[in-house]
Design a binder for this molecule. Structure first.
Ligand code: NAP
Length: 326
């Protein structure tokens, strides 16, 4: 097998594409032949030793991937050789093969596109958990999605439209705004050069959005919260812009509004049965063509450093996926 090995976590420049012994799965693991792996926000941080999870060195980065099972451990009963799976295991994806705990594998119908599968779990699980489980989104709601051309943001547009809600997307330039409209957003606001609060007021007839989905944080959070509707639900999803904002607590009081934390990773660990049910619904929605990962581009696995460069330049719209052509 080949993989990108990180033995010095100072950044992507230290990664090396190496031939490695193909591992044998432990009792509760499976060996996966990787067909595709998506690039996620944590993949950028983990090779710089800046992510909360710090794997032992050396390790293979690549948090999310899809492929076919090639071998199963002795205790694995419900996965078979040849089964198509998607997996979000934190590391291991940027290579041709990896071993992963069987319980982290999501079995998929054989016809599920492997590129879509590699970009499926993280974005849709986060947005379904946020919008439907946490915010109890209704068709009559208006949702304001920030960072809407990014990975989780683009999935939030699709999930909200699948529920029948009205979506106002926000992104940092016109190209990203067009992308959001193409994905189904009803309106798009360029927060790069507009006063987005005036625009939000205008688009909601003065009422403000019922639900706000915020994976960006930083300077946008407080003005966004100030725009929320009476009884609004504000979803704290992430801090892609860097700074973790603070909020004066008189603001939720004045709007009778709720500030809701979203942590899909812990939801999946603490409520595995609810998570499994949610993932089955998402697979059905994919088969019914209600959702489909927006793929920015695919790149050959051995071009990973160029993919990181594209991600770091904030140019990616939707998901960037590495594919194995070996
Ligand atoms: N809570 C959870 O369970 C959960 C799950 C998954 C991800 N997340 C978090 O959600 C956030 C977004 O993840 P993602 O996968 O959607 O990332 P992504 O694909 O890189 O998208 C992030 C978006 O944030 C915006 N942004 C604003 N300032 C930025 C900056 N300085 N650098 C980069 N992007 C910036 C960009 O849109 P514009 O250029 O249009 O502003 C970009 O499209 C991350 O913080 C991630 O850790 C949380």
């Amino acid at each position: 097998m080949h993989a990108w090995l990180c033995d010095n976590p100072i950044g992507v420049e230290a990664l090396r594409w190496k031939e490695l012994p193909t591992p044998t799965p432990a009792a509760n693991e499976v060996l996966i032949r990787i067909e595709a792996a998506s690039l996620n926000f944590p993949d950028v941080l983990i090779v710089q030793n800046k992510y909360q999870m710090k794997p032992a060195l050396p390790f293979v980065p690549g948090s999310e991937y899809a492929g076919r099972i090639e071998a199963v451990g002795t205790d694995v009963a419900d996965l078979k050789i040849g089964q198509a799976v998607a997996c979000l295991s934190g590391t291991g994806g940027f290579g041709t093969h990896t071993v992963a705990p069987a319980q982290l594998c999501l079995p998929l119908p054989s016809e599920f596109d492997p590129v879509d599968a590699a970009a499926f779990i993280m974005i849709y699980a986060t947005s379904y958990h946020a919008l439907i489980d946490r915010a109890q989104l209704q068709p009559s709601d208006t949702v304001f999605v920030m960072g809407a051309a990014g990975g989780v943001g683009s999935s939030a547009i699709q999930i909200a439209k699948a529920v029948g809600a009205t979506v106002i997307a926000a992104a940092s330039n016109q190209e990203k705004c067009h992308f959001c409209l193409h994905l189904g957003a009803d309106h798009a606001i360029n927060y790069g050069d507009n006063n987005f609060r005036d625009k939000l007021k205008e688009l909601t007839n003065g009422k403000g959005p019922d639900v706000i989905y915020d994976p960006v944080g930083g300077e946008f959070t407080e003005p966004a919260f100030r725009s929320i509707a009476w009884r609004g639900r504000y979803l704290v999803v992430g801090f892609a812009s860097g700074p973790i904002p603070a909020l004066p607590l008189n603001l939720p009081l004045l709007k009778g509004a709720s500030l809701m934390g979203v942590f899909w990773g812990d939801f999946a660990k603490r409520e595995p049965a609810n998570n499994a049910k949610m993932m089955q619904t998402l697979i059905q929605w994919y088969q019914q063509k209600k959702i489909k990962p927006p793929i920015d581009c695919t790149m050959p696995m051995h071009e990973l450093p160029a993919a990181y460069e594209r991600m770091n330049s904030r140019a990616v719209m939707g998901k960037l996926v590495m594919v194995n052509t070996l």
